[in-house]
Write a protein that binds this ligand. Structure first.
Ligand code: PMP
Length: 376
């Protein structure tokens, strides 16, 4: 029987403690027993998000929290600046426009990170902009954005800074309160080592003013309603009880290991993987590589066929490219429960698949390159 390995940038593998928690009997959610579980999860989320503010939990994929971050903080006539450097920047634009919010794009070449001075210039030129929507790790290009500098520019103008940390949270450094980020959204199926199905949203004191004034339609994702329940360690609607049991376990493990340790380790895994892929003739796509996922280009081969062969013949799921990068890149995740040994195994299979596709490879070259950096 073949093992299967999930090395995609979400969903990512489940933590063993998460799997055990998912097998527990269900309990009723309007009980002291469940409120205690929720309370621990709320505390753990504050640590992961690096905030003292509420982190609300929704039963949806991460996009649900993105939608909430638009519908709860803006008004009908508002304008929002969107950092567009990949697929998930585009998603912010689509959500804003579906609510009738006018968008001002900052177009960034895919693989590059935005420059905070460019954001400042656009904000200076248009006093109608109320909020900036951006991304911690742009998963489609495996690029980390300098949220600290971006948030500083936005804070100086008193505008709302909203960050999609769906894929980056837990691996790429994010210091929500220290950096003055107002709204952060994330999801369960990446750094948190859970199945898909939960979305999270934290918001600052400053964001409360925007929340008060917002007149866009919302019902399930009404943050005022959710916050009232949050204060009582409760949820407005039936929560995903099993996923919240599992969330508590994941957050406990993350806290025990410590975010600083995890940030360092995933950073090192990323550096080692980039070195390994370079040794195989790949070019690293991003000029500002993320600690959560790596994207690499290879000119002469259709990468979709590499991705397909790795999954079909060896049971290893990595990701290909999205949008205009389809068939041009491979993306390998180093997030959540993915370990250096998983990456070594993935590289050895990648070498075999490349060799089978006619690329001349010196056997083991990428394993050596990985180890030289990771175990240095
Ligand atoms: N933002 C980013 C950066 C992501 O990587 C993803 C998922 N790939 C999303 C948003 C969307 O999350 P979901 O698929 O959970 O709705």
């Amino acid at each position: 029987m073949k093992h299967s390995y999930l090395m995609t940038p979400g969903p990512s593998p489940l933590l063993p403690e998460v799997k055990a928690a998912l097998g527990r009997d269900i309990i009723h959610h309007r009980t002291d027993e469940f409120r205690e579980v929720l309370k621990e999860a709320h505390e753990g989320l504050k640590y992961l998000f690096q905030t003292k503010n509420p982190v609300l939990i929704f039963s949806s994929s991460g996009t649900g929290a993105m939608e909430a971050a638009v519908s709860n903080f803006l008004k009908k006539e508002d304008k929002a600046l969107i950092v567009m450097g990949g697929k998930f920047g585009e998603r912010w634009k689509e959500i804003c426009e579906s609510f009738g919010v006018e968008t001002v794009p900052l177009n960034v070449e895919w693989g590059n990170a935005p420059i905070s001075e460019d954001i400042e210039k656009l904000l200076d030129a248009d006093s109608g902009i109320k909020a900036v929507y951006t991304t911690l790790c742009e998963t489609s290009t495996a690029t980390v954005y300098d949220i600290k500098s971006i948030a500083e520019v936005i804070r100086k103008k008193g505008l709302l800074c909203v960050v999609d940390a769906v894929s980056g949270l837990g691996q790429d450094v994010l210091k929500t309160d220290e950096w003055g980020v107002d709204v952060v959204v994330s999801g369960s199926q990446k750094g948190l080592m859970l199945p898909p199905g939960l979305a999270f949203l934290s918001f600052s004191k400053k964001a409360e003013k925007f929340l008060e004034e917002s007149d866009l339609p919302k019902y399930y994702f009404d943050l005022k309603k959710a916050s009232k329940s949050w204060e009582k360690n409760d949820t407005p609607f039936t929560p995903s009880v099993s996923l919240i049991f599992a969330l508590r376990e994941s957050l406990r493990v993350i806290r025990e290991e410590g975010l600083e340790t995890r940030w360092k380790d995933f950073g090192k895994m990323g550096r080692a993987l980039r070195s390994a892929l370079t040794s195989l003739g790949f070019e690293i796509l991003s000029k500002s590589p993320s600690s959560s996922v790596t994207a690499a280009l290879v000119k002469e081969i259709d990468t979709a066929s590499i991705v397909r062969k790795m999954r079909k013949e060896y049971g290893i799921s990595i990701a290909g490219g999205q949008g205009h990068l389809k068939g041009k890149i491979v993306r390998i995740a180093h997030m959540g429960y993915i370990n250096p040994s998983d990456i070594v195994m993935c590289l050895s299979v990648l070498e075999k698949v490349l060799a089978d596709s006619g690329v001349s490879i010196e056997k083991g070259v990428s394993l050596k390159a990985f180890q030289e950096v990771y175990y240095a």
